[in-house]
Design a protein around this ligand. Structure first.
Ligand code: FES
Length: 160
């Protein structure tokens, strides 16, 4: 039986993905659209590595079926900015060198972007709350929080 391709709006472009409706969005993004910003971490919606923006809200693409993404505006890390023109959040993470292995960064950046879209100048407490369910196993949390505060326009003291 043939299936009808599913229409997805990703990073401002329309794509038709030929996959089963219950395919996780993460797989469609990575395998069909070759967008490898979102990462596979836990596959259970627990770690945040696979985060994308759906209608401006950070969402865990490993547990969202593509059938639930029709008529939604999906943005991946690739859609935020480019190497030459990074989004301010990406630039802040680069500026703070907020990575060790870097695997969690997609989720950290996309969650920060969603936070700043709804609250452009969050307090540190608000930022911590927003990112508390994004896991980093390297322990780069200090640099990540510095990057979030920098992206939010706060003055970040230089490290000794
Ligand atoms: Fe999706 Fe961990 S891979 S939340």
């Amino acid at each position: 039986m043939t299936q009808t391709p599913i229409r997805l709006a990703v990073n401002g472009r329309i794509h038709h993905v030929d996959a089963a409706p219950d395919t996780a969005l993460l797989y469609a993004l990575r395998n069909d659209l070759e967008l490898n910003g979102p990462k596979y971490g836990c596959g259970l919606g627990e770690c945040g590595a696979c985060a994308v923006l759906i209608d401006g809200i950070a969402a865990r693409s490993c547990v969202i079926p593509i059938s639930g993404c029709v008529e939604r505006d999906i943005v991946t890390l690739e859609g935020l900015g480019s190497r030459d023109h990074p989004d301010p959040v990406q630039a802040a993470f680069i500026g703070e060198q907020a990575a060790q292995c870097g695997y969690c960064l997609n989720g950290m950046i996309m969650t920060t972007k969603a936070l700043l879209m709804r609250n452009p100048r969050p307090s540190e407490t608000e930022a911590l709350e927003a990112l508390r369910y994004n896991l980093c196993r390297c322990g780069a949390h200090v640099e990540i929080m510095r990057a979030v505060m920098r992206a939010a326009g706060h003055v970040v003291e230089a490290l000794d």
